[in-house]
Design a protein around this ligand. Structure first.
Ligand code: HEC
Length: 125
């Protein structure tokens, strides 16, 4: 019994060690995400109201704004799928990101902004 438990625990440890580590943004990349805003004032208002709180917080598990490793695999699904996931919700992402009056066009503009890589600056260490 104990032997089985120990073997199971070891197997779990090995599996955890083998799993690919999700890319984590640096403190500089998170600060850059926190201050970035869409140029369009309408989109910036929605973004600050509905998306920024999760999408600049690593603890939310949301893809961080401007952080390419988090967005690249998602962008490969195509914009139509991303808009659909934003509209209908996807795993821990709530439907419309709590923006009940967002149109598909608004969601697309938000996604284009959020998924655009923020170039590494002097704070991006
Ligand atoms: C309550 C937190 C929360 C809010 C608010 C939120 N998101 Fe998300 N979002 C998430 C999480 C968590 C994920 C990652 C889901 C996963 O893949 O596990 C995500 C993923 C996404 C994705 C990627 C979906 C995919 O197919 O990979 C898009 C696009 C997105 N969010 C757009 C938005 C937009 C636009 C807003 C604002 C209108 C918003 N989110 C607001 C938490 C949030």
């Amino acid at each position: 019994m104990l032997r089985t438990f120990i073997m199971a625990a070891c197997a779990a440890t090995v599996l955890a060690a083998c799993a690919p580590k999700p890319a984590t943004p640096t403190a500089g990349q998170i600060s850059a995400a926190e201050v970035a805003l869409p140029a369009d004032p309408h989109i910036a208002t929605i973004y600050q109201r509905s998306c920024i709180s999760c999408h600049t917080a690593v603890s939310s598990t949301a893809p961080i704004v401007g952080f390419a490793p988090a967005w690249e695999p998602r962008l490969q699904q195509g914009m139509a799928v991303l808009v659909q996931h934003a509209r209908e919700g996807y795993k821990a992402m709530p439907a419309k990101g709590y923006c009940s009056d967002c149109s598909d066009q608004d969601l697309q503009k938000l996604i284009e902004f959020m998924s655009t890589t923020i170039p590494a600056g002097k704070d991006n260490s």
